[in-house]
Design a protein around this ligand. Structure first.
Ligand SMILES: *[C@@H]1O[C@H](CO)[C@@H](O)[C@H](O)[C@H]1NC(C)=O
Ligand SMILES: *[C@@H]1O[C@H](CO)[C@@H](O)[C@H](O)[C@H]1NC(C)=O
Ligand SMILES: *[C@@H]1O[C@H](CO)[C@@H](O)[C@H](O)[C@H]1NC(C)=O
Ligand SMILES: *[C@@H]1O[C@H](CO)[C@@H](O)[C@H](O)[C@H]1NC(C)=O
Ligand SMILES: *[C@@H]1O[C@H](CO)[C@@H](O)[C@H](O)[C@H]1NC(C)=O
Ligand SMILES: *[C@@H]1O[C@H](CO)[C@@H](O)[C@H](O)[C@H]1NC(C)=O
Ligand SMILES: *[C@@H]1O[C@H](CO)[C@@H](O)[C@H](O)[C@H]1NC(C)=O
Length: 400
């Protein structure tokens, strides 16, 4: 009996609480007569009317978001108490505007309205693969592939912040068909550039619009690495193909056996390493903008591979056995050769005693000199007069 009473009172309590919450959980009515109209090639104006059945005591504002997909456009990034807004948009992808009525602070105890979605579908492609690059922060070039045949195709561009539209002044062609444009003007610190490509098809103007951000398109080519071995040194060097070398720094990385090294930014275009013969080197380098010129970098260069990973044990065999043995053999060979050719390498020096004997003999100074300069001692023969006889011959003696 008591239990049942408790159940009923709990039920009543919960119901009251629920009714209380439901009273507060009232949504504001959504904006009405929502209308989107184009005011230029890139500008839309969205207008609406305040909801009719709005509690007059309730003050409201409106929020809207812009996104490619309505489901991601729901944070109320813009708030206004006007009944319109303007936006600059392009139609490469679809656009969704999501609009809601929201309570103005403190005046209204209701929740934001259900959304009204305004969808701008993506354009039908006249060109595909619309790509731009901002090479070296100098040349801003865009390219595309035509899909429709538009003999009078033209390209225009403008900065997001300004309504002035510039015609392309330097087209790129592929067999008389326009496939690109080199833009003129400065794009440093420009956030967005809008592009219009239009032409006539079946007597009607058709158009595609695109939006690109130069800062996301800074492109640098990677350097070309090269390596030279110089004894126990490796020289990695690279050449740069970008035409803004005054703006560039480099960063390199190499893998040596299993360890990886990443350099700081450097101005140099070469690096010298101690060559570890047991290791393979895998080298890469990239170009980076120095901060005075902008931001951005190239992709890593292709990998330059030098040497081979050798089995460390095999290598120590080489280092501790083969090299000393080879050196010993060389030494022995050198000694043998030395002995054999000693008379050339270390000539015999004349014995001083003999030398002086010659000097004071009946030799003139020139000869002495030549003995000193030339290295071989040639003993000088004594002059012996073999025919001189001091005593008469025995026959003569007999005749006397
Ligand atoms: C939308 O706005 C345009 C231009 O302001 C106007 O011509 C058109 O009638 C409006 N459409 C609706 C349904 O309100
Ligand atoms: C929008 O996002 C939802 C969920 O993330 C996805 O299912 C839907 O396909 C998307 N629509 C478009 C047009 O991208
Ligand atoms: C919201 O509405 C209130 C009352 O209408 C107004 O004073 C306030 O400026 C609005 N807020 C914004 C962000 O427009
Ligand atoms: C929106 O654009 C229209 C037409 O370009 C202009 O008259 C109006 O002042 C703009 N409003 C705002 C709030 O920028
Ligand atoms: C393309 O757009 C420009 C700028 O709005 C315009 O002057 C030109 O007439 C358009 N071309 C065609 C074929 O409609
Ligand atoms: C930038 O685009 C131009 C034109 O397509 C091309 O010649 C150049 O190689 C590109 N630069 C880079 C770094 O991709
Ligand atoms: C290098 O890595 C390989 C496989 O990842 C391993 O087998 C080898 O022992 C490593 N060498 C060194 C010197 O760490």
């Amino acid at each position: 009996m008591f239990h049942r009473y408790l159940d009923i009172s709990l039920f009543i309590c919960l119901s009251v609480a629920f009714v209380g919450v439901e009273n507060k959980l009232e949504f504001l009515p959504a904006p009405e007569y929502v209308n989107l109209s184009w005011t230029s090639e890139f500008d839309v104006k969205v207008t609406w009317k305040a909801p009719r059945d709005l509690d007059p005591r309730c003050k409201v504002n409106y929020t809207y978001d812009t996104a490619q997909n309505c489901s991601t456009a729901d944070i109320g990034s813009h708030k206004t108490n006007n009944l319109h807004f303007n936006e600059s948009i392009t139609t490469e992808h679809g656009i969704c505007f999501r609009l809601r009525t929201v309570p103005a602070a403190q005046t209204c105890d209701k929740f934001k309205s259900k959304p009204v979605d305004i969808i701008v579908p993506p354009h039908k492609a006249l060109v595909e693969d619309f790509k731009c690059n901002y090479s070296c922060m100098k040349a801003f070039t865009c390219t595309w592939t035509p899909v429709s045949n538009l003999p009078d195709l033209k390209m225009y561009y403008r900065y997001r912040s300004s309504p002035h539209l510039f015609p392309c002044s330097e087209y790129q062609y592929d067999e008389l068909v326009k496939t690109g444009c080199k833009l003129s003007g400065s794009f440093q610190e420009v956030i967005d550039v809008f592009f219009l490509i239009n032409g006539t098809q079946d007597g009607k103007t058709v158009r595609n619009t695109f939006q690109r951000s130069p800062n996301d398109l800074v492109k640098l080519k990677p350097p070309k690495p090269d390596v030279k071995q110089d004894g126990i040194k490796l020289h990695f060097e690279w050449t740069d193909n970008n035409d803004c070398s005054e703006c560039l720094k480099y960063q390199y990385t190499y893998k040596k056996c299993n360890s990886t090294y990443l350099s700081e930014e450097t101005d140099k275009r070469q690096v010298e390493l101690e060559y570890d013969f047991a290791c393979q080197y895998k080298f890469r380098v990239k170009s980076i903008y120095s901060s005075i010129c902008g931001e951005g970098d190239s992709v890593w260069s292709e990998e330059l591979i030098f040497g081979e990973d050798r089995d460390p044990k095999g290598f120590s065999l080489v280092a501790f056995i083969v090299i000393p043995v080879t050196l010993s053999l060389c030494l022995i060979l050198a000694l043998v050769l030395f002995r054999r050719h000693r008379h050339i390498i270390l000539p015999t020096i004349p014995e001083p005693a003999l030398f002086f004997k010659d000097m004071f003999g009946n030799k003139d100074l020139a000869d002495v000199k030549s003995v000193g300069v030339q290295n071989l001692y040639v003993p000088i023969e004594e002059v012996v007069e073999s025919k001189i006889t001091l005593e008469p011959e025995p026959s003569q003696l007999l005749n006397l």
